[in-house]
Design a protein around this ligand. Structure first.
Ligand SMILES: O=P(O)(O)OC[C@H]1O[C@H](O)[C@H](O)[C@@H](O)[C@@H]1O
Length: 548
C-alpha cells in the first residue's frame, strides 16, 4: 500500500482545479495577448514538429501540470520502466518494449540477465527469414516461391503489423500480397485466402500466448485450407506456417516446428509488441533494413522521453494536455485525425494502445479511482472526417481535443498530378486547426450579410483545442517516432492517474463467458447461470438458425 495522498487530494491537483475554475480565456484572447505563443509552444523530437499552441493552456497552466507530473513522480516510474523493474504489478512483469529497439551494445537486465542479445538474435533470424522469402529462396512445399503472406493474429498481434503495412505501403515489396486475418468470423479468413494459391501462401501465426481462441481457430482452419489444397500432406505445414510467440510449448503442440518460431518475451505487452517478432510480416513486406529504420525511429523518441527536460519532453507534454482536458474540462474523448491516406489504420492501432492501457478504474493499490482515466480514442483520416463527423466537433456540445497529423511531402511514387493534390490536402489540415481554434463570431457572420435568423446557425464558437504534428515525410523512422510518442504519452497519463497501464484484466470476462455460452449455440446445451436476457437471445438465435 502506498501512503501517497490520493490524486485528487494533492495540492497540485486542487491548484489545477482552481486554475480551471478561473479559466475564461478563448484561444483568440490567448493568441492576441501573447504574440510569441505560436513559436514558443512548439516541441521538436526527431523529425516531428509538435505545435501545441492551439491548446487551452497558458504558461501558468503548463507549470501547474508540470508540478502535478513531478508530484506523481512520472519520471521516477519512467526510469523504473527503462531499468526493467516489474512496474506491471498485477502481472508481476517488467515493461520493456523499449529494449526491443535498444542498440546491440546496450545492456538492459531483467532479473540479472541482459535481454538485449536475445532481442538482436531474434531480429537477425527474422531478417534472414524475411530475406529468404523476399528473394524466393524460401519456397513452399511444392517448390514454388511464396507470393502471399497471411498474418493470423488479433489485438496486439494484428493491429501493429496491419497498420504499419498500410502506412509503409510505398516501401513494400509490391510483388508480394499481404493479408491480415484477425476476426473469428470465418468470413475474414475466407475473404483473405479465396483468391490465393496455397502452394504460394505463407501463414504467420502471431500470438503472444498462443492460446487466443480466435487465432488458434483461424490457424486451424488455415491449416485445413492449406492441406486440402496441397493434397493433405502434413509435412507441407512446415514450409507454410511460422509462429510468433512467447509460448514454445503451445507452438509445437499446434504442429509448428520450433525452428519456425520467432520468440519474444513476457516483458513485452501485446499492444507494445509490434516491434518484436510480431513485426515479421511487416519485415517481409519492407525488408530488414527498413525495419531497422523503424526501430531507430522508436529509439529516437525513447531517448528523448528518457532524457529531455520536463518542459520540452514531448510525451510528457501531450500526456499532461490530455489530463488537463479529461480531468478538468470533462472531455470524454480524444480524436486522432491524420491527414494521410496511409495512416488510415493508425487510430485503430492507438485505440488498443491507449484504451487497453488506461481504461482502468482502480489504482495501483486496487482502490477505486475518483478521477477520470483514459479517454475514448477515435478518428479516421481527416479529410473524410470533415465530410462526416467534424460538424459535431465544430458546433456540437462536446469538447473534443484532437491531434492533426500531416506531412510536408507526398510519397515519391505518386504521379506529378497526384503529388500536386498534396497542398490541397494539407490546406485542409491547417484550415481545420484554424477554424476549430478561432471559429467565426456572430459579428463576422453578420458582416457577410447573413440574415439575422441564420446567424446563430452559422456562428462557430471556436476554442476547440488541437495539437498539430508535422513531419517532412512519412518514412519508417517517422512511423516509429509517432508510435513511441503515443506509447509514452499513454505511459505518462497512467503514471499520473496511478493505474497499471500494462495489464488488461478487462478483456477476460467476455472470453470466459463466450466459452461458456458457445455450447448453448452449437448443441443447445443448458448453460447454468445464464441471465434471462441472454438466455432469451440465445433461444432466439437458435430458432432463427434452424428455421429454413
Ligand atoms: O497475442 P495474443 O496472446 O494472441 O493476444 C492477443 C490480444 O488478446 C488479448 O485478449 C489482449 O487483450 C490483447 O492485449 C492481446 O494483444
Amino acid at each position: 500500500m502506498s501512503d501517497a495522498p490520493k490524486l485528487t487530494r494533492r495540492p497540485q491537483w486542487t491548484a489545477l482545479e482552481d486554475h480551471r475554475a478561473a479559466w475564461r480565456d478563448h484561444l483568440r484572447d490567448l493568441f492576441a495577448a501573447d504574440p510569441g505563443r505560436a513559436e514558443r509552444y512548439v516541441v521538436r523530437v526527431g523529425d516531428l514538429r509538435i505545435d501545441y499552441s492551439k491548446n487551452l493552456v497558458t504558461d501558468e497552466t503548463l507549470s501547474l501540470l508540470q508540478e502535478l507530473a513531478a508530484a506523481t513522480d512520472v519520471f521516477g516510474l519512467r526510469d523504473a520502466m527503462f531499468r526493467g523493474e516489474r512496474i506491471n504489478t498485477t502481472e508481476n512483469r517488467a515493461v520493456l518494449h523499449t529494449a526491443l529497439r535498444a542498440p546491440r551494445e546496450a545492456v538492459i537486465e531483467v532479473d540479472g540477465e541482459n535481454v538485449v542479445p536475445g532481442v538482436h538474435a531474434v531480429l537477425d533470424r527474422m531478417g534472414d527469414f524475411a530475406n529468404r522469402v523476399r528473394s524466393g529462396e524460401w519456397t513452399g512445399h511444392t517448390g514454388r516461391r511464396i507470393r502471399n503472406v497471411v498474418n493470423i493474429g488479433i489485438g496486439g498481434s494484428d493491429l501493429g503489423p496491419a497498420m504499419a503495412y498500410e502506412v509503409l505501403r510505398p516501401y513494400t515489396a509490391r510483388e508480394l500480397t499481404f493479408r491480415f486475418v484477425s476476426n473469428v468470423d470465418g468470413a475474414d479468413l475466407h475473404e483473405a485466402v479465396r483468391d490465393l494459391d496455397p502452394a504460394e501462401t505463407l501463414f504467420i501465426v502471431a500470438s503472444k500466448t498462443f492460446t487466443t481462441i480466435e487465432t488458434i481457430t483461424n490457424a486451424t482452419s488455415a491449416r485445413s485450407w492449406l492441406l486440402a489444397g496441397l493434397g493433405g500432406e502434413e509435412k507441407a505445414v512446415a514450409r507454410h506456417f511460422v509462429a510468433l510467440s512467447t509460448n514454445a510449448e503451445k507452438v509445437t503442440g499446434f504442429g509448428i516446428d520450433a525452428d519456425n518460431m520467432f520468440e519474444f518475451w513476457d516483458w513485452v505487452g501485446g499492444r507494445y509488441s509490434f516491434d518484436s517478432a510480431i513485426g515479421l510480416s511487416l519485415m517481409i513486406a519492407i525488408g530488414p533494413d527498413r525495419f531497422r529504420e523503424l526501430l531507430d525511429g522508436f529509439r529516437v523518441v525513447d531517448e528523448h522521453f528518457r532524457t529531455a527536460p520536463a518542459e520540452s519532453n514531448a510525451p510528457l507534454l501531450l500526456g499532461l494536455l490530455g489530463i488537463w482536458y479529461g480531468n478538468f474540462f470533462d472531455a470524454q474523448s480524444h480524436a486522432v485525425l491524420p491527414y494521410s491516406h496511409y495512416l488510415s489504420k493508425f487510430t485503430a492501432y492507438l485505440q488498443q494502445l491507449d484504451m487497453e492501457s488506461n481504461g482502468k478504474s482502480v489504482d495501483r493499490d486496487g482502490d477505486p479511482v475518483d478521477w477520470q482515466t483514459g479517454p475514448v480514442v477515435w478518428g479516421t483520416p481527416g479529410t473524410n472526417g470533415q465530410h462526416a463527423y467534424y460538424q459535431l466537433i465544430h458546433q456540437g456540445t462536446k469538447l473534443i481535443p484532437a491531434d492533426l497529423i500531416g506531412f510536408a511531402r507526398p510519397v515519391a511514387e505518386l504521379s506529378d498530378e497526384l503529388k500536386a493534390q498534396h497542398d490541397l490536402l494539407m490546406a485542409n489540415l491547417f484550415a481545420q486547426g484554424q477554424a476549430l481554434a478561432f471559429g467565426k463570431t456572430a459579428e463576422e457572420v453578420r458582416a457577410e450579410g447573413v440574415a439575422e435568423e441564420q446567424v446563430p446557425h452559422r456562428t462557430f464558437r471556436g476554442n476547440h483545442p488541437t495539437t498539430t504534428i508535422l513531419a517532412r515525410e512519412l518514412t519508417p523512422s517517422v512511423l516509429g517516432q509517432l508510435i513511441a510518442l503515443y506509447e509514452h504519452k499513454v505511459f505518462v497519463q497512467g503514471a499520473v492517474w496511478n493505474i497499471d497501464s500494462f495489464d488488461q484484466w478487462g478483456v477476460e470476462l467476455g472470453k470466459v463467458l463466450a466459452k461458456r455460452v458457445e455450447p448453448a449455440l452449437t448443441e443447445g446445451a443448458e448453460v447454468p447461470g445464464l441471465d434471462a436476457s441472454t438466455a432469451a437471445l440465445v433461444a432466439a438465435y437458435r430458432e432463427l438458425k434452424e428455421v429454413h
